[in-house]
Design a protein around this ligand. Sequence first.
Ligand code: SF4
Length: 435
Amino acid sequence: MDKFYHIVTYGCQMNVHESEKIAGILSGMGYKSCDDPEKADIVVFNTCCIRENAENHAFGNIGMLKKLKRVRKDMIIAVGGCLPQQMNKAENLHEKFPYVDIIFGTHNLHNLKELIEKKLNSKKTVIEIEDSEGEICEEDRPLRTSYPNAWVNIMYGCNNFCSYCIVPYVRGRERSRQSAKIIEEVKGLVREGYKEITLLGQNVNSYKGDLTFPQLLEEVAKTEGKFRIRFMTSHPKDFSPELIDVMAKYPKICNCLHLPVQSGSDSILKAMNRRYTSGQYLEKVALLKSRIPDCAITTDLIVGFPGETDEDFNVTMDLVKKVNFASAFTFVYSKRQGTKAAEMPDQIPEEVSKSRIMQLVDLVNSQTRALSQTYIGKTVEILCEDYDDKRKLYLGRDEYGRMGYFPSEQNVIGQFVNIKVEHANGVSLTGNIVV
Ligand code: SF4
């Protein structure tokens, strides 16, 4: 009889890709994917703890399976990822949700098969949280679910310890894969027909394998075939002129860069331990724009960091105006126990943060909308990724990351198509295929 798995993923692209690795392990064990947790023999929650609401969301959904587990005692519930990797969280999870069968940390993913087998032979909850990172496991074969896009991990962990961030505590120190393994993986993916490769890492441009990150990117860009290359996430302090040179040299590398600035205030950047000033960030942006004038720059911004004054917030708004970001992820600071910022005085009242985030979102949205309007009448190349059943339109992205919708008689998923843009709505474009 067929056995089914259902994976619930929270958080960043790294987690999305790790869920593909979990799917690879489960399908290797003979399980098939299903969309309905009620039909699944195993449900895996791949969790995130970067913000309090991601954690609460996961808790809520794990709690919802309690009734189901009472009826289906043989169903396995596994909770993995960043949430249980935090100090004492695995024990808390076990106390709060005693019906969870397996709890595993970020460094134990590649042991999932053994953990499931252990659980199948035992009534006890199986808990495995490795503290140290160990060797990079090259054996995991992801079951990719995002054709024509493929994610390729080039490094794991982070050494930066930004004062608000829990990632270095749950993902460990930086470890980079050897370039030959990465290039081999990319070549294989291109041969299989993937059209967009994203090199992934918490701090991708501090990659330190046997090559530097610009050298690795150049080697990847030399791979033959028509495909696009993206990389994320870049830290501004590690974003170098050499990297800009490689981006400018190879058309395969998208003219698109996610460069999180977080704040425009130097005192807040210092308190965040970001290790650059707003001036240095702007210099790097200016250099990038001088070499690649049409490069779309996107960012992350945090408001309400402890001690953020009105003046600090205003300089952040000024920086956003100067850079004119193509889009931005905007966040209200979320206190994470165990980080330095959680202990800082002058935590910002919620109503102040709310007012600031609304102003920031308005500004970012107006910039994004204005940029979208400049597309009207232009022809852009879209890599078709999916079909929207509701809108009855195909959709995909251009190299700048902008979403484009269009009708087509043929299934063009996985193909590059040129569309002439007729409408622009917020971050998305609508048009018709032109030949
Ligand atoms: S660079 Fe900073 S924000 Fe990014 S993962 Fe590392 S510690 Fe967190």
